[in-house]
Design a protein around this ligand. Structure first.
Ligand code: ADP
Ligand code: MG
Length: 707
């Protein structure tokens, strides 16, 4: 009997050798295989005539009839060429295959086949080289949508498709994960139906049903895992930390600026929380640049003054390093020992830090998720601060608390720079008190924002150069690192995405390639490049050259999104801006305008999609993060607030397979409401075995790390 839990090798035709290849892709069971979401679908129902295909530079589908018997010949280079002619009402062409002698027998004279391939014109003849093909039968329709899978490890698209086909055909029973009432209330497919549809959708509407199921399922699991961590969080004892007015005043006096009213209010709230005897559970939410770091520093200062240790966790090494550089001098001046704990340290350095944390020598440690690694322990911890938690590394926060908490719970402070619309905040941060830093420090200037297309390119290059020559600095953000060879199957004139929409193909800029191009274009300007595939050492090196001003123009992926502070940077250029969420664009824009110089943000986009243009124009006309977040929620739905940037993946935060594609706010809130209701009536989830198992799978998926 084949179930989702069966080993992949239980399938007919999958022996140990193929099994091993699948293992390399992380596919151990039939369930793993069937939960491999297609990247796209070829719409082979979109048949082009030969005349049309000749005008289409990309692969497409054609219905062609065999006109001549296939003939194989040996070429001088020892390749075997198999060739024959096919035709339709608009013309004829050659079909050629190389080194596939056996293919002769797959075609019958006079029969019609559905081909998928690229029609090219060579030496005066049209030809189709190594196309994909299926016998066409006017009675039994071929499926229109053929999935294109993410592949690798020697597994071809064809093998993937046929193995999925075998799995679907031999699947006996499917244990449902979602409770039936929940599915009924929200008109969701069963898991079984959703899986079948995912891999062979009849049409885009059916696909949408499957996608809705999987989005809901993932959100539901996410909501359950959040709720579990939250249980009994309210009114838990915390270390009482009372600090005298004199000591508090000393901190404010040491600052080079006066705090805003909003900052002061947040500080007061934190001071009260810490003194209350209960564990603090507070979110500081404020727009980019509103000055949250100093609030975090104040909290740490209070904890250390009270005789405890504090830890602050940042999502990237760049940011951790920057916080350390900013805060360490102040703390040192107060006689408090501060340390930086990041993955890039030498093992001997790490061991020493671990030791000093354990024996209490270090008062305040700033770091990345290296803080969560084994061997990290504290002597008298009281406070955990998580910075830039705009994408919910809730699991990490918990892990750190579990690590350090004894009887008494730790105080937790979370800093978030993405204003989150009310509807979502309640679901995601429902258990936290919120301090809103809704005020900018005085003298901040508005970043002038413009939307431009390619016709502006030459002037843009001139502008970049001008900034650099004036000793200002420039960020250029690209949506991807470098061009990778696409699978031939991922190209096509009629490729649709998982959302059933035709995939819009605009050329995109790649950070690595574009950095090279710019260096050539602007020989008198120093251009650097930064992306998530570099080692943290390399990243740090580039970042410190940018900080020191040695690099004028930094071409990067969204690794720079989170919190980086270079006041001398005055220009932010975002390539293919239509590919980013608005809140993310707003974050990126917040990297400039941090000093005393006039700053600009240029959104480059060639999109003609009205909706995309509307979103981008909205960003040009407002700098209010909350307004932008609301607009983003309306236009793109809640998925964007879950994940997206490669900074997120890097920091090992919550990773979603599909929920980040959620466009439907009602579905989003429904998943959270249903999860809460279920836990309310059935806190141990008894009689929901499949659900419990799926939940632990979900957690495992979260614990995996990528670099
Ligand atoms: P974010 O809220 O985005 O984390 P930061 O804490 O990085 O913002 O602050 C941005 C910049 O503003 C820093 O250079 C910081 O020193 C400065 N800053 C913070 N608060 C004030 C203030 N009250 N007055 C002037 N400058 C401030
Ligand atoms: Mg910050």
């Amino acid at each position: 009997m084949i179930t989702l839990g069966s080993k992949i090798t239980a399938l007919a035709g999958i022996g140990p050798k193929k099994g091993e290849m699948f293992e390399k892709l992380g596919i151990h069971t039939v369930g793993d295989l069937l939960r491999r979401f297609p990247r796209a679908y070829q719409n082979r129902g979109d048949i082009r005539t030969l005349a049309e295909a000749g005008m289409t530079p990309e692969p497409c589908a054609m219905l062609l009839t065999v006109a001549t018997r296939p003939v194989s010949t040996q070429l001088p280079n020892r390749k075997v060429l198999t060739k024959f002619q096919v035709f339709d009402d608009t013309g004829k062409c050659d079909v050629v295959f190389f080194n596939q002698n056996y293919i002769k027998d797959a075609f019958s004279l006079g029969a019609t086949y559905r081909f998928w391939g690229r029609l090219t014109f060579q030496r005066g003849r049209w030809s189709l080289s190594s196309p994909q093909f299926e016998p066409y039968d006017s009675v039994r329709r071929l499926p229109d949508y053929v999935p294109v899978y993410p592949i690798g490890a020697g597994i071809s698209q064809k093998m993937m498709r046929s193995t999925v086909g075998i799995a679907l055909a031999s699947l006996d029973a499917v244990e449902e994960i979602l409770p039936e009432e929940v599915r009924e209330r929200h008109s969701l497919l069963s898991l079984r139906e959703a899986l079948y549809t995912l891999h062979s959708p009849r049409n885009p509407e059916a696909l949408e049903g499957a996608r809705r199921y999987f989005i809901f399922e993932e959100l539901f699991l996410f909501a359950l895992s959040l709720a579990e961590g939250r249980r009994e969080k309210t009114a838990v004892k915390g270390y009482p930390i009372t600090v005298s007015d004199g000591i508090v005043a000393r901190f404010f006096k040491a600052l080079p600026f006066t705090m805003t009213e909003a900052q002061l209010a947040a500080c007061r709230e934190i001071r009260d929380d810490l003194a209350s005897g209960y564990a603090m559970h507070r979110l500081v939410s404020g727009d980019v640049g509103s000055g949250k770091t100093v609030i975090a520093a104040f909290a740490a200062y209070l904890a250390v003054s009270g005789g405890y240790q504090a830890a602050m966790m940042a999502p990237t090494e760049i940011l951790a390093r920057q916080h350390y550089a900013d805060l360490a001098p102040t703390f040192t001046a107060f006689g408090m020992k501060t340390a930086l704990l990041i993955g890039a340290l030498k093992p001997s350095e790490k061991r020493m830090l671990h030791e000093q944390l354990k024996n209490g020598e270090i008062d305040f440690v700033i770091g990345t998720h290296a803080l969560l690694s084994e061997g990290v322990g504290f002597r008298r911890p009281a406070l955990v601060i998580t910075d830039e938690q705009h994408r919910f590394g809730i699991r990490q926060r918990q892990a750190l608390s579990e690590k350090t908490a004894g009887e008494t719970a730790l105080h937790t402070l979370v800093m978030s720079a993405t204003p989150i619309p009310r509807t979502l905040a309640l679901a995601l941060y429902g258990d936290m008190a919120v301090s809103s830093v809704n005020m900018m420090p005085p003298g901040r200037q508005k970043v002038s924002t413009f939307l431009c297309d390619e016709s502006y390119r030459a002037r843009l290059n001139g502008f970049i150069r001008k900034q650099a020559l004036e000793k200002r600095q420039v960020y250029i953000v690209c949506p991807a690192i470098e061009e990778i060879d696409e699978d031939e199957d991922e190209k096509g004139a009629s490729l649709v995405g998982l959302d059933g929409k035709v995939i819009e193909k605009l050329p995109i800029r790649y950070a690595v390639d574009y950095a090279e191009e710019l260096s050539r274009c602007l020989p008198d300007v120093t251009v650097g490049c930064l992306h998530g595939r570099m080692s943290s050492k390399e990243k740090d090196a580039v970042m410190s050259r940018f900080e020191s001003g040695e690099i004028s123009v930094l071409v990067a992926t969204t690794v720079i999104e989170v919190g980086v502070n270079i006041p001398n940077a005055t220009l932010m250029v975002i390539e293919n801006a239509d590919r980013f969420g608005l809140s993310q664009l707003h974050q990126l824009r917040g990297r400039v305008g941090r000093g005393r110089y006039k700053s600009w943000c240029i959104l480059m986009s060639s999109t003609e999609n009205e909706e995309s243009l509307r979103r981008l124009r909205a960003l040009c006309s407002t700098s209010d993060g909350f307004e932008i977040a609301e607009f983003d929620l309306q236009q793109r739905g809640p998925g964007d607030f879950l994940t997206g940037a490669d900074a997120t993946r890097q920091s090992g935060e919550v990773r979603f397979r599909i929920a980040s594609q959620c466009e439907d706010t009602a579905l989003f809130t429904a998943a959270f409401t249903e999860a809460a209701a279920l836990l309310n009536t059935n806190p141990t989830l008894c009689d929901h075995e499949a659900l419990v198992e799926a939940l632990s799978d979900f957690r495992r998926q979260q614990h995996g790390t990528t670099t």
